[in-house]
Design a protein around this ligand. Structure first.
Ligand SMILES: NC(=O)c1ccc[n+]([C@@H]2O[C@H](COP(=O)([O-])OP(=O)(O)OC[C@H]3O[C@@H](n4cnc5c(N)ncnc54)[C@H](OP(=O)(O)O)[C@@H]3O)[C@@H](O)[C@H]2O)c1
Length: 162
C-alpha cells in the first residue's frame, strides 16, 4: 500500500464502468470533480483508457500500462506493474484512473479512493469495477447531485489502519 497512490472512478449500482471503450454517462459536475482531484498528479491508466481519452488532460502527467506499445510521445510507459511500482517517487502523487483491468491490478495498493456511485444500473456495460471490502475504509460523502435524472454521490474512501 502506498500513501501517495489514489484511485478515482465513477461506477453504476452493479459496478458498471464503461461500454465499447467509452464511458456510459457524461456527468458534467463529476468531470469537474475529476479534474479537481487529479490535477497535478501522475495519472496511471491502462492502454484502453488512454485510447479512450478525447484529449490530453492538461496539468497531469500520463503513466500508461501496455504490454504491446513501446513508446508514446510525452507518456511514461510500463509493460508491467512491478516496474511501475519500482519507479514510484515518494515526493510525487499518483492516481489510478482506470479502466477495469488497471483498477483490479491496483485496488489493494491504493490509500484513497474517490468513487462516484451512480444510482442506476446500465445493462449495456461491458467493463466493471472490482468488488472490494468496504470495511477496510473510512467512507466520507463528498457531494451528491443529479443531472438529467441521473442521481449520484461521490465518496472518499480512506484505508483504515490495520
Ligand atoms: N467509469 C469510470 O470511471 C471509468 C474510468 C476509466 C475507464 N473507464 C472505462 O473502462 C473501459 C476500459 O477498461 P479496460 O479494462 O478495457 O481497459 P484498461 O484497464 O484501460 O486497459 C487495459 C490494457 O492495459 C494493459 N494492461 C493491463 N494489465 C497490464 C499489466 N499487468 N501490465 C501491462 N499492461 C497491462 C493492456 O494493454 P495492451 O493491450 O496495449 O497490452 C490492456 O489491454 C472503457 O469503457 C472506459 O471508458 C471507465
Amino acid at each position: 500500500m502506498f500513501k501517495n497512490l489514489e484511485l478515482i472512478a465513477a461506477i453504476g449500482k452493479n459496478n458498471e464502468l464503461g461500454f465499447n471503450n467509452e464511458l456510459i454517462w457524461k456527468i458534467k459536475k463529476d468531470l469537474e470533480q475529476f479534474k479537481k482531484i487529479t490535477m497535478g498528479k501522475n495519472l496511471i491508466m491502462g492502454f484502453n483508457t488512454y485510447k479512450s481519452l478525447p484529449k490530453k488532460l492538461d496539468g497531469r502527467d500520463y503513466i500508461v500500462l501496455t504490454r504491446k506499445i513501446k513508446e508514446i510521445e510525452n507518456v511514461t510507459i510500463y509493460n508491467n506493474k512491478e516496474d511501475l511500482i519500482k519507479n514510484i517517487n515518494e515526493n510525487e502523487k499518483y492516481i489510478v484512473i482506470g479502466g477495469s483491468q488497471i483498477y483490479k491490478l491496483f485496488i489493494e495498493d491504493v490509500y484513497i479512493m474517490y468513487l462516484t456511485q451512480i444510482e442506476d444500473t446500465f445493462k449495456i456495460a461491458d467493463t466493471y469495477f472490482p468488488n472490494f471490502d468496504e470495511n477496510k475504509y473510512i467512507k466520507e460523502l463528498l457531494m451528491e447531485s443529479n443531472q438529467d435524472n441521473i442521481y449520484y454521490k461521490q465518496y472518499k474512501y480512506v484505508r483504515r489502519k490495520v
